[in-house]
Write a protein that binds this ligand. Sequence first.
Ligand SMILES: Nc1ncnc2c1ncn2[C@@H]1O[C@H](COP(=O)(O)OP(=O)(O)OP(=O)(O)O)[C@@H](O)[C@H]1O
Ligand SMILES: [Mg+2]
Length: 240
Amino acid sequence: MISLEARNLTVTLNGRAVLRDINLGFQGPGLYFVLGQNGSGKSTLLRSLAGLIPFEGEVLLNGIDIRKYSRKELSKAIGYVWQNPLYGFFESTVEREIKFILRNLDLEQTNRFEEVIKHFGVGNFLKRSPFSLSGGEAKRVCMCSVLVADQQVYLLDEPEGELDYQGLEKLIDFVKSESKRKLIIIATHNALLSYKMRDTTERIFIIYNGEIINSIKPEDLLSNNSLVKVGIVPIQWWLS
Ligand SMILES: Nc1ncnc2c1ncn2[C@@H]1O[C@H](COP(=O)(O)OP(=O)(O)OP(=O)(O)O)[C@@H](O)[C@H]1O
Ligand SMILES: [Mg+2]
């Protein structure tokens, strides 16, 4: 079992409460979604669950306050794939970018490098600068550069952004198979992605204005007509 839990989690940025008193539990292995409109607090929530920003309240990984883990232990346990890949790249080549985390966390013995570059189809541009990539290529490299470390928890921030049909299929296959042994939380404004993955999803949490206001069973997603009230494009809108 893997567990990640937020207790009375509050985040204040520049004097504004961006997350307010969030109480939320995730049990793994399994897949969860956090759905919310732009600015609702999804990225801030994932960053605080990963221990990357200061917060009030508690975040517990497997029952232990994440502030008790060293930075390295936490990075080995939780992989956060940030929303905009270009914010995180800093190496001179794609290969170095993907291998950085292995060097940094002393995981160079792992043989996952070949597996992830093959799965996400980034083998052809290993020698390129990550800053020269197209949007979708950058997104795929960004996924590889974190998930190559095989953490027990994956926090994926809008992972579908910029991906084409093939990229989406690769992402969905990867998440489906990895969620059998990991805890995966996807934050997105895109209800279609959660609908597409409803058969492998445990629960969908709705975030609005920094608060978790609802929790939806995946099978109720299509019939739920409260999404539009919180600024999430309902699935029917795409089809109309
Ligand atoms: N450093 C900061 N100072 C002030 N406000 C901030 C800061 N960082 C984020 N915010 C604000 O906090 C709110 C939540 O931001 P967050 O990035 O978590 O939203 P989001 O749900 O991920 O949105 P999106 O769908 O656009 O990615 C937004 O209104 C944002 O402008
Ligand atoms: Mg965001």
